[in-house]
Design a protein around this ligand. Structure first.
Ligand code: BDP
Length: 732
C-alpha cells in the first residue's frame, strides 16, 4: 500500500519534472509541438477532468501514431500521465473510425462523417454506454491523426472543451512541401544547415528526426513531401537512392505523408539507356513506364513526380520540339496505373521575350485543356519569382480547363534568408484573397485553387520550405511561423494570417497576451516592412545577381537582361517603373477585363503595385499628397523604422520567454536593422541619380555615398555558404 503510494508520488514527480524541463533547452527543436503544462490552473483542472484516459480501438501504425501523440501531448499539457486504456470509462477520450472502433460505430456518425471525406474529422462530446466522453472520429486513421493534433492545439491555445463540437475537412487535396535538397545534402536556398536526408546512413539508420519532421507536418495536415531539388539529379531514380527513399517513405507513411520526387527530364539519357528523352518517342515512354513501376515496387503509395522542365537550363520536352503538355502527359501515363500525379511547374521564362512577366502565360495559356487529368500545373504565386510583393500570376484566372496548384515559398530567398524576420502568412493571405473577377465576385485565388471557380478535378498548394540540420529546423525561429501558416492555409485558405500567427505564438512561446499581442502585431507588419525597405510601390528584383540577399539596383550588363535589376525598375530621368499597359508590354491584358482596366489605369491601380504596371514621373502625385519621389523615400525610411520598432518591442519581452530564444531573436533583429539600412540607403542614393531630387531634410541622411554601397555589394558576405556567389565573388 505504502509502496504503491510512494511509487505514485515518484511517478508524479518524474512526469511533472520531465514535462516542465524539456530534455533540451528551448532551442526550437520541438517547433509548435512543445506540450508545456497549461499554466492556467482552472483550465488545466478542467482538461484533467475531461480527458482522463485515451481509448483507441484498432492499432494501425497511424492510429498508434495518433495515440502516441495524444499521450505525449496530454501528459505534457495536463502535467500528469494520461493512460491509454482499452476499457471505456467516464470522461475518457475515445478516438477512432467506425471501422476500427465499435465504440465510435455505436454513435452513428455516418451521415456527418460522410460529408468530411477521407481526411476530415469530428471532435465532440458524446455519451457512450451512459458515460460522458470526448470523441475524435473520422473516416480514416489519418483523419483521426489530424483530429488528434487539432485537439492538442485546442489545449495548447487554451480553449475550453466544455461544449466542443468541431467538424473539419481540408479544402485542398494536395498539401505539399517542396524541398530543394540536392543529393550531396546542400540545400538550394536553404539557409538552415544540410539536408535532413542523411543518404550516407539510409536506409539502415532511420533518424528520430525523420519522425519528428513527419509529426510537425502531420500536425498541419500536410500530406505530401517532394524531398529533392527541382533542379533534379537523375540519380534519385536509381536503385540505390530508391532504397533509401523507401525507408523515408516508411517513416512518413503512418503520418499520412506521401513521398514525391523531382525528376530530371533527361533521365533516360542520363542513365545511359537511350540517346533521347523525346516524350513522343515510344522508347522513352516505355523507359518511364518501367522506371515508374520500379519506383512503385519500392514505394507502393508513391505520390508522383514534380518537374521543372525547360526552365533555367533544365532539360524538357521543348528540347525535342514538343510542348509542355506532350512532356507532362507522357509521365502522367506512366503514373496513371498507380494513381500517381505529375506536378508540372509553370515557372518558365525565356530571354527572347521582351517582358519576363508575360513568359509563363504565353507558353501555357495555349495549352489549356491539353493536360491529362492526373497532371497539375504548379504555378508560383506571382508572374516573376517569389518577390516580396507581386500581383498574382495571370495563369490562375486563365487556365479554366487545367488542374492548378499554388507554389509559395516559405524559405526566405528574397526576404533576408534566415536572418530577417518576415512572417509570410501575410503574403499568403494577400495572395489567396486576391479577387480575380474572372467569373464575377468571389473568384478569389483561394476559390480557384479549391476548384470552385473552374470545377477542376485536382486541387492543391505547395510551399518551398527550408528545414535543415539546424537544431531549430529553419535557422531563424520565426521562419517556423511561415511553415505553420502555410500548412494551416493549405488546409483552409480562409484562415487568416492573424489567426495562424496567434496559434503559432501560443504554441511556440506562451499564451501570455502581454507577449502575444505585441509580437503578433509586428509579425503581421513584418512582411510589409520587408517590402518597404527593399522594393516598395511595386518595384521588384533589385538584388545582386545570384545571391538574392542584398541590394544592387544598379546591376546591368549580364548575359541575360532579365537577370539584371535595371530590367525591372527602368529608372530614368523621366521616372521609374515598368510600363505593362497597352503602350508598353501589355502584360496587363493577361488579366480578366475588370482587373486589366484597374491595373492598367494610373488612377485606379493600387499604389503598392504601381511600378509593376506603370512608368511614372518622379513628380506624380500620390494619394498621400507626396510626389512619387518623396513617397518612395518615405517608404524606404518607413521600412527601416518598422524594423527598429520590432527591435524595441522585442526588448520589452525578455521576461516572458526563455533566455535562449530571446537572445537569438534579439541578435537577428539587430542584423535585420543593419541590412535594412543598407537596402534603404543603397536604393535611395541610386534612384536619386535619376530623380535628381533631395532626400527631404527630416530624414536621417545616409552615412555613406553610393560608391560605398556599390563596393559593399561586391564584397558582401552572403549568409548562404554554398551559393557560388558567396565563395567566388569577382571584384572588378
Ligand atoms: C529561383 C531560385 C532558384 C530556383 C528557381 C526555381 O533562385 O534557385 O531553382 O527559383 O523555382 O527563385 O526553379
Amino acid at each position: 500500500m505504502r509502496r504503491a503510494f510512494l511509487y505514485k508520488i515518484f511517478l508524479l514527480l518524474t512526469v511533472s519534472f520531465t514535462v516542465a524541463m524539456p530534455a533540451h533547452a528551448e532551442d526550437g527543436y520541438e517547433a509548435w509541438l512543445r506540450y508545456q503544462p497549461v499554466v492556467e490552473q482552472k483550465l488545466r483542472k478542467a482538461y484533467q477532468q475531461q480527458l482522463r484516459a485515451i481509448i483507441t480501438e484498432g492499432n494501425s501504425p497511424t492510429l498508434q501514431a495518433a495515440t502516441g501523440e495524444l499521450q505525449r501531448g496530454l501528459s505534457g499539457l495536463l502535467a500528469k500521465p494520461v493512460a491509454i486504456s482499452e476499457k471505456l470509462s467516464s470522461n475518457a477520450l475515445v478516438v477512432g473510425t467506425p471501422a476500427s472502433s465499435p465504440l465510435i460505430a455505436s454513435l452513428d456518425l455516418s451521415a456527418r462523417l460522410s460529408m468530411l471525406g477521407n481526411e476530415g474529422y469530428l471532435i465532440e462530446k458524446a455519451r457512450i454506454n451512459k458515460r460522458n466522453v470526448t470523441v475524435i472520429a473520422a473516416n480514416s486513421d489519418t483523419g483521426v491523426l489530424y483530429g488528434s493534433f487539432h485537439l492538442l492545439r485546442l489545449l495548447q491555445t487554451q480553449q475550453a472543451l466544455d461544449n466542443i463540437s468541431i467538424s473539419s475537412a481540408p479544402k485542398l487535396q494536395h498539401r505539399v512541401i517542396n524541398h530543394w535538397d540536392n543529393l550531396n545534402r546542400v540545400i538550394e536556398r536553404g539557409y538552415a544547415g544540410l539536408s535532413l536526408w542523411d543518404w550516407g546512413t539510409l536506409p539502415e539508420h532511420k533518424s528520430q528526426r525523420y519522425v519528428d519532421y513527419a509529426r510537425i507536418n502531420a500536425s498541419l495536415g500536410i500530406n505530401g513531401t517532394v524531398i529533392n531539388n527541382v533542379n533534379a539529379d537523375p540519380r534519385v531514380l536509381s536503385d540505390q537512392f530508391l532504397q533509401k527513399i523507401a525507408a523515408l517513405a516508411d517513416v512518413f507513411r503512418p503520418y499520412g505523408i506521401k513521398v514525391y520526387l523531382s525528376i530530371n527530364y533527361n533521365s533516360p539519357r542520363a542513365f545511359g539507356d537511350l540517346d533521347t528523352a523525346d516524350p513522343l518517342d515510344p522508347r522513352v515512354a516505355k523507359w518511364w513506364q518501367e522506371r515508374t513501376k520500379k519506383v512503385y515496387d519500392y514505394i507502393p503509395d508513391f505520390g508522383g513526380y514534380l518537374v521543372k522542365a525547360n526552365s533555367e537550363g533544365q532539360p524538357g520536352p521543348q528540347d525535342y520540339k514538343r510542348n509542355h503538355a506532350d512532356g507532362a502527359n507522357m509521365l502522367a501515363a506512366a503514373l496513371k496505373p498507380y494513381g500517381g500525379i505529375v506536378f508540372w511547374r509553370a515557372f518558365v521564362y525565356h530571354p527572347d521575350i521582351d517582358d519576363r512577366f508575360r513568359g509563363s502565360y504565353d507558353e501555357f495559356k495555349p495549352l489549356d485543356g491539353k493536360f491529362a487529368d492526373n497532371v497539375i500545373l504548379q504555378v508560383k504565386n506571382g508572374p516573376i519569382d517569389f518577390q516580396p510583393r507581386e500581383p498574382y500570376s495571370a495563369l490562375f484566372s486563365a487556365m479554366e480547363k487545367t488542374n492548378m496548384m499554388m507554389e509559395f515559398q516559405v524559405t526566405q530567398e528574397y526576404f533576408g534568408f534566415a536572418t530577417h524576420l518576415a512572417y509570410q502568412g501575410s503574403l499568403f493571405e494577400e495572395s489567396l484573397r486576391t479577387e480575380t473577377y474572372v467569373k464575377g465576385e468571389g473568384s478569389t485565388i483561394g476559390n480557384i485553387l479549391e476548384g470552385k471557380t473552374f470545377n477542376t478535378k485536382h486541387t492543391g498548394m505547395a510551399a518551398v520550405i527550408n528545414p535543415g540540420t539546424d537544431r531549430n529546423w529553419t535557422g531563424h525561429p520565426f521562419v517556423q511561423s511561415s511553415w505553420y501558416a502555410f500548412g494551416r492555409m493549405a488546409w483552409d485558405h480562409s484562415i487568416s494570417a492573424d489567426v495562424a500567427a496567434d496559434e503559432w505564438l501560443r504554441m511556440t512561446f506562451t499564451n501570455d497576451k502581454k507577449f502575444i499581442e505585441p509580437v503578433k502585431q509586428f509579425m503581421l507588419a513584418s512582411r510589409e516592412a520587408g517590402v518597404n525597405y527593399r522594393s516598395p510601390l511595386g518595384l521588384t528584383h533589385l538584388y545582386s545577381q545570384g545571391d538574392h540577399y542584398g541590394p544592387a539596383p544598379w546591376t546591368a550588363n549580364l548575359e541575360r537582361p532579365d537577370w539584371t535589376a535595371i530590367y525591372y525598375h527602368r529608372a530614368a530621368k523621366d521616372g521609374i517603373g515598368f510600363n505593362r499597359t497597352k503602350t508598353g508590354s501589355n502584360a496587363v491584358a493577361q488579366y480578366p477585363e475588370t482587373l486589366a482596366k484597374q491595373y492598367g489605369d494610373l488612377k485606379t491601380v493600387p499604389e503598392d503595385l504601381l511600378l509593376w504596371f506603370h512608368h511614372v514621373s518622379w513628380d506624380h502625385q500620390m494619394q498621400s499628397g507626396r510626389t512619387l519621389w518623396n513617397e518612395l523615400v518615405h517608404k524606404y525610411y518607413d521600412g527601416v523604422e518598422q524594423v527598429r520598432s520590432m527591435q524595441r518591442e522585442w526588448e520589452k519581452l525578455e521576461s516572458f520567454i526563455d533566455a535562449e530564444r530571446f537572445a537569438q531573436v534579439k541578435a537577428l533583429l539587430k542584423i535585420q536593422e543593419r541590412d535594412a539600412v543598407i537596402w534603404r540607403d543603397s536604393c535611395v542614393l541610386y534612384f536619386q541619380t535619376f530623380s535628381g531630387k533631395p532626400i527631404p531634410a527630416e530624414y536621417e541622411q545616409p552615412k555613406h555615398d553610393l560608391e560605398y554601397y556599390k563596393t559593399l555589394a561586391r564584397t558582401r558576405y552572403v549568409p548562404e555558404p554554398w551559393h557560388p556567389a558567396s565563395s567566388s565573388r569577382v571584384l572588378k
